[in-house]
Design a protein around this ligand. Structure first.
Ligand SMILES: [Ca+2]
Ligand SMILES: [Ca+2]
Length: 311
């Protein structure tokens, strides 16, 4: 009878060559490669060494080097294995230890990067999660454009968190390079990437003013535009119609702070005929490549000013 099948590798491995020690409970002969097969793999070469009651079966080649999944050393019956009396081996499984099954893992961990939102208004937490247990990640393994990473910590056996501080308005791209970590078998990780956009905190407000006023002159709406980054942002603000005044017309939004704008319907409105009018206030960032606008304000009709800011 077959007593033990003991694996020569860990039961979960990335090794390209596998082996088992096969032990019978009495001396046998006729033990060769034809007596075994490796289920779960293809094109594999088997070889057998040993004598008496103990033999080593080695599997190599085929698709073993890159295979993911379980393989199992199985006995082929009937086989040429006989005991000293000439009785054929019946092919029953091991009565004691059975390590015939080995899990092959030749794939690296895949990284998923997530933030709470794809738009951020200041510092935020980036989570880096792998799909299996991994070795330690270093801050230097993370590349950040338009931002800076700090305070990397491990959440559990397969994920990490890190603080990201935006540099200024715009897209922040965070990349974990391929090979940054390994799984517990030494397979290098795949690359992962996430982009978010740093925007002004102010999104959109509508302000209702008193519709009973005889003249719209002096009607005001206020709103602020915030700076999500660590870089001061220089701006200029202007209206596209003469009857709107915006203050301040230019200046600097300090890092992490905001500036409040006041849009006023001025004296020129008195000369307008009754009716609906629309004006737009645009806040433009200066000294930023791409030169996108940081904010926009519209006054729709005199009785319902409206402000929008969308960096
Ligand atoms: Ca391998
Ligand atoms: Ca793996």
């Amino acid at each position: 009878m077959l007593r033990n099948v003991v694996a020569g590798t860990d039961l979960r491995t990335a090794d390209d060559t596998l082996s088992w020690t096969v032990e019978f409970d009495e001396d046998v002969t006729g033990v060769d490669a034809s007596g075994f097969t490796l289920a779960g793999a293809s094109g594999v070469s088997l070889s057998v060494s040993g004598s008496g009651r103990t033999y080593t079966v080695t599997a190599s080649g085929g698709n073993l080097a890159d295979l993911d999944g379980e393989v199992q050393l199985q006995l082929v019956t009937p086989s040429s294995i006989v005991d000293v009396w000439g009785n054929a081996f019946a092919g029953e499984g091991p009565t004691n230890t059975d390590e015939s099954r080995i899990e092959l893992d030749n794939s690296g961990p895949a990284a998923t990067l997530t933030a709470l939102s794809d738009e951020v208004v200041g510092p935020f937490t980036l989570t880096i999660a792998f799909d299996e247990d991994v070795t330690d990640l270093a801050l230097s393994d993370l590349a950040v454009t338009n931002g800076e990473a700090s305070n990397l910590s491990r959440i559990d056996t397969r994920s990490f968190r890190v603080a990201i501080q935006p540099q200024t308005f715009g897209v922040i791209t965070m990349t974990v390079a391929a090979g940054a970590v390994e799984d517990l078998l030494g397979n290098p990780s795949d690359a992962g990437e996430l982009s978010v956009e740093a925007v002004s905190q102010q999104d959109e407000i509508d302000v209702e003013v008193n519709i009973d006023v005889t003249s719209p002159v002096g009607a005001q709406v206020q709103s602020s535009v915030s700076n999500p980054g660590v870089t001061d942002v220089r701006f200029s603000a202007s209206a596209d119609v003469g009857w709107l005044t915006v203050t301040p017309a230019q200046g600097v939004i300090p890092a992490g702070a905001s500036v409040e704008f006041t849009v006023t319907v001025n004296d020129q409105a008195a000369a307008l005929e009754a009716g609906d009018y629309t004006g737009t206030v645009t806040v433009v960032r200066e000294g930023v490549s791409g030169g996108a606008s940081a904010g926009r304000a519209g006054v729709r009709r005199f009785r319902k000013p409206c402000w929008r800011a969308f960096p």
